[in-house]
Structure formats: structure tokens, C-alpha cells
Design a protein around this ligand. Structure first.
Ligand SMILES: NC(=O)c1ccc[n+]([C@@H]2O[C@H](COP(=O)([O-])OP(=O)(O)OC[C@H]3O[C@@H](n4cnc5c(N)ncnc54)[C@H](O)[C@@H]3O)[C@@H](O)[C@H]2O)c1
Length: 322
């Protein structure tokens, strides 16, 4: 895909900011489009002639349409990225993921943009019966977050068919690494910062998840965009291995040097309604294009802990209660 000017929705977020950094380093003009609800200005590269930042909402079509003027590609990485809130707020995933994505597609259509990369999720597989799960597995939904992402994927593919917008859809496992502001490592460090003697945990600790280090993940996204030859490209992106929640906890406590922490398991095989006890994706498709993860999950968790320990103010950024 030719990329001279690119718009990144959610470009100030954990993952989006790495996409922005990668594109700017390549000398591509990047328009960051973000409302900074969870994104951080400090994640953005130093101001330069290749970078413009628009503080606006994806649901605001009047702002979104002109922001895309002159762009030839979109990385749509904005979303409500918190997977757990569905049962409490049944509207947020519809608005922030499905309607937001339709807004992006409509603006892209009107601006004649012919390429889009989308941050989907392994949650679209619900609780699959095959592991590692391939892209061809027919999903049954278990969460509104996953359902909204699956709806986004479907709409994007329809726009490919109607309007020739080539698409690159990535189903991510959970990402870890520097600039991480939500997820298990964040939640556990936040709890431990409040009380280092005890640690309440969702589930029974046996849930097994694959995690992907952010710099490996962004490399995977770029490999897919550069080498994915189809009009509709769908790629799993995850690590070859997985860890149990208990193993993740042990690494975090070890890295923090905490001993004698009382682990308080809530019980049950799932952490929350819609959680999947095992996430492990088959990444043969993206590997065939030359990608593989280079950083072990353990090393990625240790780097995440380091980063949050060095940036404690970030632990205060997510207090959203659904
Ligand atoms: N982090 C993960 O483990 C993970 C896993 C699977 C999929 N994803 C997907 O990857 C994408 C990026 O996730 P992330 O972890 O970087 O999350 P994030 O919350 O750090 O980034 C989302 C960004 O979008 C912005 N944003 C949110 N709503 C907006 C709106 N209405 N208008 C404009 N900007 C808005 C936020 O300010 C933030 O900068 C999301 O689509 C998420 O669903 C993430």
C-alpha cells in the first residue's frame, strides 16, 4: 500500500502511539486523531513536520471528515479497549467500537481512501474449541466487546467489497510493554500500590493467556500491511506461548521484590463475564509473511512492570467504572 499521509485514530493510545512512532520514523506524514480519553500526550513522538495532532472524537463526523483530507491510509486503533464493562454498560462497545468504526469507514469512503488497518481482538473467538485458534474458526460471541469488534470486522469487509477499501484486520491477544495503561499487569500493580500485603484476583488463577510484547506486535501490524496481498486480509497476532494468571502474578511480584503477599482468588475458571479461560492463537498466516515474536512473555511482563514502576502517575489514569 502506498502511504504518504496516514491518519491514526487512537494515535495517542498504548498501541496507536507505537504505530505513530513507526510511521513518523519512516518519514510518512501522520495525522493523530484522538480525544485523549485514555491516550497520553507524553506517548507521542517529539513534534516534527511529519506529525499533526487533532484532539477530537471519532463520533464527531464533522471533525473526522476534514481530518482525513489528503490521507491515503488509515490505522483505526481507537476503541473502548476495556473488555470487561459489557454487562454493566451495554451501550459503550456499540458506540465506541461499532458506530465509531462506521464513522471512520464513512469518512474514508467520502475522502476516497483505499486502505485501512483495524485493531480487532482474539475476543471475537469467544470460547473456541480449537487451540491454537486459526483465523478460519467460526466464532460464537461471549462478550459485547468481542461482538462489537466482530461487527466492525464485518462492516469493514463490506466497505472493501463496495468501495475498494483494502483492509488489514488484526485479531490481537493482550499486549504488554512500555506505555501500557490497562490490562492484568496494570490492574495488579494498581492494587499492589494501594495495599502491598494482599492481592485480590479474578478467577482461580488457572486462566491461560497469550500475551504479545508491543514492539513485536507493531512489527507484525506493519508486516501485514506491507506484505498482505489480498483485498481482505485477516491476521491473528499473538505469542506462540501462554502463561497462567498465577504465573503472571509470580513474575510481577518477583519483579517488584514483594514477598508474603496474600493472594485472594475470587474463584471460577473465568475472570469476568465473557472472559475466556484460554487464549492461544494460530499465527501461521502472519508468520508465512516473515513475522515472528522475538520477546518472551516473561520478558515482556518484566519490562511492563519496570515501565509502570518508573511512570507511577500512569497508574492513576484509568479509574473508569462501568
Ligand atoms: N491492548 C490490548 O491488549 C488490545 C488487545 C486487543 C485489541 N486491542 C485494540 O487495539 C486498539 C488500541 O488499544 P490500546 O490498548 O492502545 O487502547 P488505548 O485505550 O490505550 O487506546 C485507545 C485510544 O483511543 C482514544 N479514543 C478512545 N475513544 C475515542 C473516541 N471516541 N474518539 C477519539 N479517540 C478516542 C483514546 O484516547 C486512546 O488514545 C483498540 O482498538 C483495542 O480495542 C487492544
Amino acid at each position: 500500500m502506498e502511504m504518504k499521509k496516514v491518519l491514526v485514530t487512537g494515535g495517542a493510545g498504548f498501541i496507536g502511539s507505537y504505530i505513530v512512532g513507526d510511521l513518523v520514523a519512516r518519514g510518512i506524514h501522520v495525522v493523530v486523531y484522538d480525544n485523549f480519553s485514555t491516550g497520553q500526550a507524553e506517548f507521542l513522538p517529539e513534534p516534527c513536520e511529519w506529525l499533526s495532532v487533532i484532539r477530537a472524537d471519532v463520533l464527531d463526523s464533522a471533525a473526522l471528515l476534514p481530518a482525513m483530507a489528503g490521507c491515503d491510509f488509515i490505522f483505526h486503533f481507537q476503541a473502548n479497549a476495556d473488555v470487561r464493562g459489557g454487562p454493566v454498560n451495554t451501550r459503550v462497545d456499540l458506540d465506541q467500537n461499532t458506530i465509531a468504526t462506521w464513522n471512520v469507514l464513512e469518512a474514508a469512503r467520502q475522502q476516497g481512501i483505499k486502505g485501512l488497518a483495524f485493531a480487532s481482538s482474539a475476543t471475537v473467538y469467544g470460547e473456541p474449541e480449537v487451540f491454537p485458534t486459526p483465523e478460519t474458526w467460526a466464532p460464537l460471541q461471549t462478550s459485547l466487546y468481542g461482538a462489537s469488534k466482530y461487527a466492525c470486522e464485518a462492516m469493514i469487509q463490506a466497505y472493501t467489497e463496495y468501495f475498494g477499501v483494502r483492509c488489514f484486520i488484526y485479531r490481537f491477544v493482550s499486549w504488554i510493554g512500555e506505555r501500557y495503561t490497562h490490562g492484568i499487569v496494570f490492574d495488579l500493580m494498581k492494587k499492589l500500590s494501594q495495599d502491598p500485603t494482599r492481592l485480590p484476583l479474578f478467577g482461580d488463577g488457572t486462566q491461560r493467556k497469550s500475551y504479545l510484547y508491543v514492539k513485536d506486535g507493531v512489527r507484525g501490524v506493519m508486516v501485514g500491511v506491507e506484505r498482505g496481498g489480498a483485498a481482505k486480509n485477516v491476521f491473528n497476532l499473538g505469542h506462540d506461548h501462554f502463561l497462567t494468571v498465577l504465573e503472571v502474578v509470580r513474575i510481577i511480584l518477583d519483579e517488584l521484590g514483594l514477598r508474603d503477599v496474600r493472594l485472594e482468588f475470587a474463584g471460577g475458571q473465568r475472570g469476568w463475564l465473557g472472559d475466556s479461560p484460554l487464549v492461544h492463537l494460530d499465527t501461521t498466516r502472519i508468520k508465512a509473511l516473515g513475522w515472528h515474536p522475538e520477546t518472551s512473555i516473561e520478558e515482556g511482563i518484566r519490562r511492563t512492570v519496570h515501565y509502570l514502576r518508573d511512570h507511577p502517575h500512569l497508574l492513576q489514569t484509568r479509574n473508569r467504572v462501568f
